[in-house]
Design a protein. Structure first.
Lengths: 464, 79
């Protein structure tokens, strides 16, 4: 019987290494053998055509688990290692799943999860599934269930769930790859958490389609020196980052000690990259192709590469500036919440909630998010626009523009900046810099010094 | 010195020192759950607290994974 995941894996050269870590390599043939060895266990345990919650860390086991579960038409609901028992239980109830996968028993939340989650299983050191706790009842088969359920806050104010089919993920990954220059014998480093749509499609599925090798770090946290060492030692050719990670890497004080010229492709996604960091990256790696990508979980997720839509997607900008997207990988409704579709999906067009303009060459430039708009005395302010200008003044600082309630204006833009080893910045210095660069209505009216800026699971800064 | 290091961990984790109940060999990432940003903030804190600047060689992640390892790398700077 046709299975989208097996179809991808069997189309590759069997001996090609797909996953590489300091402790173990797995070829496409190895992966198919692991799937074959575990098939009986999964079928007997009724882990097929059902939804499975999975705590995914940055390990080969986690990526292997994706393919194992997909090969039996399961729908994976990935969770980060920092998930709490409360979050896991709420999600398991919402998606009606009674199985939880953990790559390592130590990754289970310390709270008393076992009393609440029905069945728990893991992969042992021989890559064989092992039950840690048997479920009280067999899992329900879900006819035609998707391949992936993800949380999103992309186009609506509250987090919703999005379910993608395997075919949609495959199409989005394939079309994303077609928008990039192909790298023969590619080694692609994963530094983003493997629980987001971007990493799962572009890197995990994309590498399997393309025959690339995924490189994983043993370090379970994003740490610049470990990343540089790995790029240098393993001759990494491509990497996917969010702008905050890029900024952290560029700010590493001993960056110049590392030879990073094996890198020929850097994909930036998840947020808007600023011109200062783009410029620094080009100076650091003059021969690398830098791709600014744009997407959202609801769209599968990739939509644009360097401002142009990827194959299989149509885009349009409405009169009020909102970007809309339509295509095979775009969802038709939210998971068990069709009422939210009326707000965001109309005649197949997904309203992204992002403001965009089309330049003379047909390139789409994202200006900011509608929901991020700060309405200050009736005037619309896009925080991303202010941040782009301030990046020239504060190239090495971590900061964000946020709204603050104000009695007179309704909302005012404030500059939130981290307390670090840099000299303090004053509001008058910021205003002086912004003179002639930005309309004074858009200037931050206050500075807030914070220990750190709150970030989401994928490293995106949380704006509100 | 261990107490000053623990104070730094409390600062970056935004908790009271008395809430930190772990040993000097406990893995600060796997077991205490320090995030990437917290580790980097801890490094800045240590440099400021002990008036040192870590070399690139000192900045291996494992040097910041336990209190004992941090003590060793800070002591190396003091020599």
């Amino acid at each position: 019987m046709y299975n989208w995941a097996l179809n991808i894996l069997t189309n590759q050269s069997p001996d090609r290494i797909y996953l590489r870590s300091p402790s173990r390599n797995i070829s496409f043939k190895d992966l198919l053998e692991i799937i074959e060895e575990n098939k009986t266990f999964l079928s007997k345990s009724a882990i097929s055509e059902t939804r499975v919650l999975a705590i995914m860390d940055q390990s080969i086991k986690s990526i292997t688990a994706f393919w194992l579960l997909w090969s039996l038409d399961n729908c994976v609901v990935p969770l980060s290692t920092s998930s709490t028992a409360k979050e896991i239980i709420a999600l398991s109830e919402k998606v009606k799943s009674n199985w939880l996968f953990v790559p390592n028993v130590k990754k289970l939340p310390k709270e008393n999860l076992e009393n609440f989650v029905d069945g728990i299983f893991t992969l042992n050191s021989d890559f064989k599934f092992e039950i840690i706790k048997s479920p009280s009842k067999p899992s329900e088969k879900v006819k035609g269930c998707g391949a992936l359920i993800l949380k999103t806050s992309g186009t609506t104010a509250e987090p919703k769930l999005v379910e993608h089919s395997g075919e949609a993920l495959f199409l989005n990954a394939k079309n994303h790859l077609l928008s990039l220059k192909r790298i023969p014998e590619n080694y692609s480093l994963i530094v983003l958490p493997i629980v987001g749509a971007y990493t799962i499609t572009a890197q995990i599925i994309g590498a399997a389609i393309d025959g690339s090798c995924i490189e994983l770090s043993e370090a379970q946290v994003f740490y610049p020196k470990e990343i540089f060492k790995q790029i240098q030692k393993r001759k990494i050719k491509s990497v996917y980052l969010v702008p905050t990670q890029l900024k952290t890497l560029l700010n590493y004080r001993y960056l110049s000690k590392y030879k990073l010229d094996s890198l020929v492709q850097i994909c930036i996604g998840g947020d808007f990259i600023n011109e200062a960091n783009n410029k620094s990256l080009k100076e650091l790696l003059p021969n690398a192709d830098i791709y600014n990508t744009y997407g959202l979980t609801e769209a599968g997720p990739r939509v644009l590469t360097n401002g142009y839509p990827i194959n299989g997607l149509e885009v349009k900008v409405l009169e009020d500036g909102e970007l809309c997207v339509k295509g095979d990988s775009v969802i038709t409704e939210y998971f068990e919440a069709p009422e939210f579709c009326e707000q965001t999906i109309c005649n197949g067009w997904l309203h992204t909630g992002d403001i965009a303009v089309i330049d003379k060459s047909g390139r789409i430039i994202i200006k900011g998010r509608i929901k991020n708009t700060i309405i200050c005395g009736g005037y619309n302010i896009y925080p991303e626009e202010i941040e782009a200008v301030l990046n020239e003044l504060l190239p090495k600082r971590s900061f964000i523009i946020k709204p603050k309630k104000d009695e007179m204006y309704g909302e005012i833009p404030v500059l939130q900046i981290t307390k670090d080893n840099n000299p303090p910045i004053t509001l008058s210095a910021v205003h002086s810099y912004l003179t002639n660069l930005l309309n004074p209505l858009k200037w931050p009216k206050e500075i807030q010094i914070v220990d750190e800026i709150n970030k989401g699971e994928t490293g995106k800064m949380i704006r509100k | 010195m261990k107490e000053r290091i623990k104070q730094g961990i409390a600062v970056v984790k935004k908790v009271e020192v008395k809430e930190l109940d772990f040993g000097n060999d406990t893995d600060l990432i796997e077991e205490v759950g320090l995030t990437s940003i917290q580790i980097m903030n801890l490094i800045f804190y240590l440099e400021s607290e002990f008036n040192i600047i870590f070399d690139d060689d000192d900045l291996d992640l494992e040097n910041f994974q336990t209190i004992n390892n941090i003590e060793k790398v800070v002591n190396k700077q003091h020599v």
